[in-house]
Design a binder for this molecule. Structure first.
Ligand SMILES: Nc1ncnc2c1ncn2[C@@H]1O[C@H](COP(=O)(O)OP(=O)(O)O)[C@@H](O)[C@H]1O
Ligand SMILES: [Mg+2]
Length: 404
């Protein structure tokens, strides 16, 4: 048995001499003995402490021992406490208290026989210690059952997460294969065409103008593959914290004009236009290459998922931060999707939509954060989406605080 708290004993008698005499008989170092001079005093102590045993004098002025026992029986907190009645009266005790059903009841007669008193008290104290030990064991069992339950829950969650990761890995592999295969196929077809021209002696197909166009086509396919591989490398650098940004003074206007011009051809091919709203010059200390990467991601998404509608880029300065908005008038994004699309490998749930790797927004948000900025989106399904890139214009401002 483990080390226990001392057992508490309550003795109730209106005569202080009796209390002292009884105390001397039952006290030892593993017990605490509490004295009450009346039933009322006893009740107050009973509500405050957890007693192993109450020894009640039957004859007391005011509330007598039986009345006190009745009250103890009627109270949830005290009904289990064993009671020993002490009386000078004789044998009628059994009869007088036969109504006391719950909890142990015993009797001592005056004059007290020291051995009988000690014997009875020892039995009740041993019972109490056993009861408390059992209770402790039950509590420990219950605790470990709850811990086990939590562990099982954690295990289930981990297993589900693992299965999800495995599914995503498989899907990811086939997506990467597909995304690489498309430009490779195009390149392969080009080489076959060129071989055919050579075989037929059709050297006209290789004049300066044709060669220029060929190289541009090849470049596009090669760039698409490089972008894909760079995205995957970025994600793994972000995951192990080795992605670094190299800030320098950047003027936004020039960079945005260039990016918009670069993507305008692609936009025109899908029947829409990208416009850059006029704005005041804004500059900041940023990694130009990375900011451009974010804007290109947002614009490519707007073209891809914007339903062929026009896209507008605008810039505002507020609270020491530059805010670049990329707004489309496409189908918008559902609230459930908004929660997920910034996670790696997560894409929208709409059917029939072109499928990417789901890395663009994750990378873009991480890049925004690496600059002390933010990437957020507002969208109303059916009415388009506006992605906002917030960047602090000087190093001390945090956009999270500026926009809070
Ligand atoms: N402008 C947009 N309009 C509607 N949905 C968008 C837009 N931009 C992104 N999304 C949704 O967010 C998802 C994740 O985008 P992203 O991380 O760039 O990955 P990917 O383009 O490879 O799917 C997309 O699959 C798409 O469902
Ligand atoms: Mg994308």
């Amino acid at each position: 048995m483990s080390v226990q708290e001392p057992s508490k004993l309550l003795i109730v008698d209106d005569l202080p001499d009796n209390l002292r005499a009884l105390d001397a008989l039952i006290r030892d170092e593993r017990r605490l003995v509490f004295h009450a001079h009346s039933g009322e005093e006893a009740l107050a102590l009973l509500l405050e402490h957890e007693f192993a045993l109450a020894i009640l004098d039957v004859q007391m002025p005011g509330m007598d021992g039986f009345e006190l026992a009745e009250l103890m029986r009627g109270t949830e907190r005290t009904r289990h406490i064993p009671i020993v009645f002490v009386s000078a009266a004789g044998r009628e005790l059994n009869y007088a208290f036969k109504g006391y059903e719950t909890g142990a009841v015993d009797f001592l007669y005056k004059p007290l026989d020291p051995d009988a008193v000690r014997g009875k008290v020892n039995v009740f104290v041993a019972l109490d210690q056993q009861r408390r030990e059992t209770q402790r064991q039950v509590e420990a069992l219950e605790r470990s059952r709850r811990e086990q339950e939590l562990l099982v829950q954690e295990l289930n969650a981990t297993q589900a997460e693992l299965q999800r990761s495995l599914r995503m890995r498989d899907e990811f592999m086939s997506l990467v294969a597909h995304e690489l295969r498309t430009p490779l196929n195009t390149l392969f077809l080009e080489t076959q065409m060129r071989t055919l021209h050579l075989k037929r002696g059709n050297l006209q197909a290789f004049n300066a103008e044709q060669m220029g166009a060929m190289i541009k086509r090849d470049e596009r396919q090669i760039k698409a593959m490089i972008r894909l591989i760079d995205d995957m490398l970025d994600v793994s650098r972000m995951k192990n914290g080795t992605l670094s940004v190299r800030p320098a003074q950047v003027e936004l206007m020039g960079m945005l004009e260039r990016v918009v011009a670069d993507l305008s051809l692609q936009a025109a091919a899908s029947g829409c236009a990208i416009t850059l709203a006029p704005h005041v010059p804004v500059s900041g200390h940023w990694d130009e290459f990375r900011i451009e990467q974010v804007i290109v991601n947002l614009l490519t998404n707007a073209l891809r998922y914007g339903g062929g509608c026009n896209v507008e880029v605008s810039v505002q300065v507020e609270g020491g931060c530059a805010r670049i908005d990329v707004a489309d008038q496409g189908k918008g994004i559902s609230p459930e999707d908004i929660e997920r699309i910034f996670q790696p490998f997560e894409r929208g749930t709409r059917n029939g939509e072109p499928k990417g790797l789901g890395l663009g927004l994750y990378i873009s948000r991480q890049l925004a954060m690496a600059h002390g900025g933010e990437l957020t989106v507002r969208s109303t399904p059916g009415q388009g989406s506006t992605f906002s890139l917030l960047l602090p214009c000087n190093e001390v401002v945090s956009c999270a605080e500026a926009t809070a």
